[in-house]
Design a binder for this molecule. Structure first.
Ligand SMILES: NC(=O)c1ccc[n+]([C@@H]2O[C@H](COP(=O)([O-])OP(=O)(O)OC[C@H]3O[C@@H](n4cnc5c(N)ncnc54)[C@H](OP(=O)(O)O)[C@@H]3O)[C@@H](O)[C@H]2O)c1
Length: 371
């Protein structure tokens, strides 16, 4: 038994879709080689966590399982092969778990088992439980060191607010993947959701001009106000999605040269035409990161005729996380409520937490469990 680790701890255990979650006391896992056990300060809740666990999304994962996604916490115990992490270190515990001998065997902690035998086996037998618990064991490489002195005491972020990284990292992965450069113009669509709003914040921090597309004009106005208040001088324009392909393309073209597009659509938007419009509005050699679910996006000969790059992207790479943390620590993001306004719930209030997370969405909003 590692010193500093209790023999048992509280965790949100998911048994079946019908039974939902139960707050249980379970044995605390010991660190094994290649792992860290983290005392969880904040476990992230997605806008669609409720849909994942009520079966609406049909995501496959083994059961029973401790729920989760990514988390922020302090290292409580380490496997013998930890080379740089130390007990007490603040870390971001990332939910993207990859096979060490095959990084394409990838799954999302307590969310989705992935699509290969290897990823399913890794999730079922090795890294099964998520971090909606007082303690969680994670692969060493998933524990990204955060400079607590700089981020919390210097820049004023709380560990709970740092959980907002889970939103920012996703669009950063896509934007970095298509090589977004400072000074370029990027369309984020849709921009009124959690990941889309974060995409606007990230693109601004990367030095880009942003055109934020969305259906909801009042949320677009809140987004623009939030981002420009947090980053005075940020160059953000908004374009309302009308649902008419030609109208939306023309509205984007009126904004001038467009270098890149970030799509972060939910399944509900699968039949939308706004992504097709955004691709039509791209300049020659333009790039599009496809992180969402729009299926109807091919705009005739445009892709071939204008040398367009369409690149799918799931989450981000470890390198992206390390680079992102450097940006955060260097002060490139807003502080205080202009960064994020976090709502926190105890594990016992899990139902309320999931319900609030489904509604409390968009830029600068985050819901966490505080075990
Ligand atoms: N590739 C990846 O690695 C990755 C990672 C994380 C998430 N995702 C995907 O990103 C999606 C968005 O997540 P989120 O947390 O940002 O969701 P969210 O906060 O619920 O936001 C959903 C967004 O989609 C818009 N929308 C919904 N239905 C639409 C429709 N029919 N037409 C146009 N816009 C529509 C909403 O606009 P309104 O404001 O008008 O309702 C809102 O902007 C998720 O569903 C997930 O599948 C992908």
């Amino acid at each position: 038994m590692s010193p500093g680790l209790p023999s048992q701890h509280r965790a949100l255990v998911f048994e079946t879709v019908e039974a939902g979650f139960q707050l249980k006391t379970i044995p605390t896992l010991q660190p094994i080689p290649g792992s860290a056990v983290v005392r969880i300060a904040a476990a992230g809740v997605l806008s669609y966590s409720r849909e994942i666990y009520n079966g609406q999304r049909h995501y496959e994962f083994p059961k029973p399982i401790v729920g989760g996604f990514s988390a922020v916490g302090h290292v409580a115990a380490l496997g013998p092969d930890a080379a740089s992490l130390r007990p007490g270190q603040l870390v971001y515990v990332d939910c993207v778990v990859r096979g060490r001998d095959d990084p394409s065997a990838l799954f999302l902690s307590a969310i989705h088992e992935g699509f290969s035998d290897g990823s399913r086996r890794l999730m079922r037998d090795v890294w099964r439980d998520g971090p909606m618990a007082e303690f969680a064991r994670a692969p060493l490489e998933n524990c990204i060191a955060l400079d607590e002195a700089r981020l919390c005491r210097g820049l004023g972020y709380s560990p709970l607010d740092l959980m907002y990284m889970c939103y920012l990292l996703v669009p950063y992965g896509g934007l970095r993947d298509i090589g977004l450069e400072p000074g370029e113009t990027v369309v984020v669509c849709p921009a009124t959701g959690g990941f889309g709003g974060a995409g606007v914040q990230v693109a601004v921090a990367m030095g880009a001009r942003v055109i934020a597309m969305g259906r909801n004009e009042s949320e677009l106005a809140r987004l623009k106000e939030h981002v420009t208040k947090g980053t005075p001088g940020a160059n953000v324009e908004t374009v309302k999605i009308t649902g008419d392909d030609d109208t939306d393309t023309a509205a984007l073209q009126a904004c001038g040269t467009i270098d890149a597009v970030l799509d972060i659509s939910p399944p509900a938007a699968a039949k939308s035409t706004y992504l097709k419009s955004a691709i039509r509005a791209l300049r020659r050699n333009g790039r599009c990161s496809m992180m969402g679910y729009v299926m109807d996006f091919m705009p005739g000969v445009k892709v071939m005729g204008s040398n367009i790059t369409l690149k799918g992207k799931l989450m981000y790479e470890r390198e992206d996380m390390l680079q992102f943390v450097k940006m955060l620590e260097s002060g490139l993001f807003p502080k205080g409520k202009e960064f994020v306004d976090t709502k926190a719930f105890g594990l016992e209030n899990w139902k309320e937490g999931f319900d609030v997370a489904a509604e409390y969405t968009g830029v600068g909003r985050s819901v966490v469990f505080t075990p």
